[in-house]
Design a protein around this ligand. Structure first.
Ligand code: GLA
Length: 381
């Protein structure tokens, strides 16, 4: 990929470009907890975005996407927002940098990616973090990594219509080879956990289903949580986020809020606790408990949060039937992957069965990805 990018860059813009990269992410547990001030447990993975970049001495950006085989040029004022969705991410990152007082010198870029699109592996966060990091490295605005992650998140909010939490951009900015990161999304404290479970593999099974309207459904989930938290706050003014609440407090407001909001909040409160239980279990090397929590998360995401789908429920059931240690839908949901914690000796028969039975049931093959935990945003040598 690096060579292809470099060749195209040379053709279009000449020599002198520098390459930057960032990564997609997985999340062991802690789903839809980030925007509720809870914990998440992500790590960067070995697929991502690579961009070659060089300042061009103008106040414009010329960007070529190798994957779409398309070039877009845009200025850096608010009204210059490009119409191509992929270019909006880059534009948004430039704008958000400038809103923080940063300078963005016009640049030329060619980029490509190998994060499967729509798989719930955060190709968009990889794209945002690559450019946020590169722009910082080139312009030396003194913006730290936390703020780079925020730049990516606010790009989603202000330029892409998704009111996402911080997890994806955090993981792609802070990812470290071999480690998952437990992040407290309220205080932004984080801790690296070396993750190398002896005797187990983490494997993703991509349903290759991507549901329309996923972003509006996502935003709606967030609203439900905020509504539940607002009602609880009337009785308990000290709470800031839903993650500060307990089940009793939620029960107190059950009759005041739509049942749907109650179920969403019930899931979140359970999930916040599960992440902590998983941390304890990891410290003991107790992967059976980790796996059991993953199944509970899947149940919650499917039945209470309602972000799963038939295909993902099917893969989850199959994992359970085959005694896979843990399995659940990963990421925002509405399609994408399950993440599975599988004993080495079961690995081959599980993925064979998943391929065969999924194809027989849904008429198309799933995709299988082994998870390799890798580095996040960086300049390439
Ligand atoms: C998407 C969002 C994240 C997070 C997850 C669900 O990936 O971008 O902020 O909310 O969904 O955990």
């Amino acid at each position: 990929m690096r060579t292809r990018i470099h060749e195209k860059f040379k053709d279009l813009f000449g020599e002198g470009g520098v390459q930057y990269a960032s990564a997609g992410r997985v999340n062991l547990i802690g789903e839809h907890t980030d925007y509720n001030g809870g914990y998440v447990f992500p790590g960067a993975i070995d697929c991502g975005i690579i961009a070659e970049i060089k300042v061009n001495g103008t106040d414009r950006v010329r960007a070529f996407s190798l994957d779409y085989n398309e070039e877009v040029t845009f200025g850096l004022n608010e009204e210059d927002k490009p119409s191509q969705a992929w270019a909006c991410y880059i534009f948004g990152v430039c704008r958000e940098t400038m809103k923080r007082g940063g300078k963005v010198a016009g640049f030329d870029t060619v980029f490509a990616g190998d994060v499967p699109l729509g798989a719930g592996l955060s190709s968009s966060a990889a794209l945002e973090s690559t450019f946020a990091f590169a722009i910082e490295d080139i312009n030396k605005n003194g913006i730290d990594r936390f703020e780079l992650a925020k730049i990516g998140q606010m790009t989603e909010h202000h330029y892409c219509g998704v009111n996402c939490g911080i997890m994806d951009q955090f993981a792609s900015c802070f990812g470290k080879q071999g480690s998952l990161i437990r992040l407290n999304c309220k205080t932004m404290e984080y801790k690296y956990f070396p993750f190398n479970p002896q005797g187990y593999k983490l494997v993703l099974i991509d349903s290759c289903v991507k549901h329309e309207l996923a972003s509006s459904a996502y935003n709606k989930r967030r609203q439900s949580c905020e509504n539940a938290a607002a009602h609880i706050r009337k009785n308990h003014p000290e709470i800031e986020f839903l993650s500060d609440c307990n089940r009793l407090w939620l029960d107190e407001v059950r009759s005041e809020i739509p049942e749907e909001d109650f179920l969403r909040a019930e899931y979140v409160i359970g999930e916040v606790q599960r992440v902590l239980d998983v941390c304890d279990a990891l410290e003991r090397g107790d992967y059976e408990t980790v796996g059991e929590m993953m199944y509970q998360t899947h149940f919650g995401l499917s039945k209470l949060y309602e972000v799963s789908c038939e295909e993902l429920d099917f893969l989850n059931k199959l994992a359970r039937k085959m005694d896979v240690t843990g399995s659940r839908v990963m990421g925002g949901g509405f399609g994408g992957c399950t993440i599975n914690l599988v004993k080495d000796e079961l690995y081959q028969s599980f993925i064979d069965a998943a391929r065969e039975q999924f194809a027989a049931r849904f008429g198309h093959d799933p995709k299988i990805y082994d998870v390799v935990i890798s580095d996040g945003a960086r300049r390439l040598k």
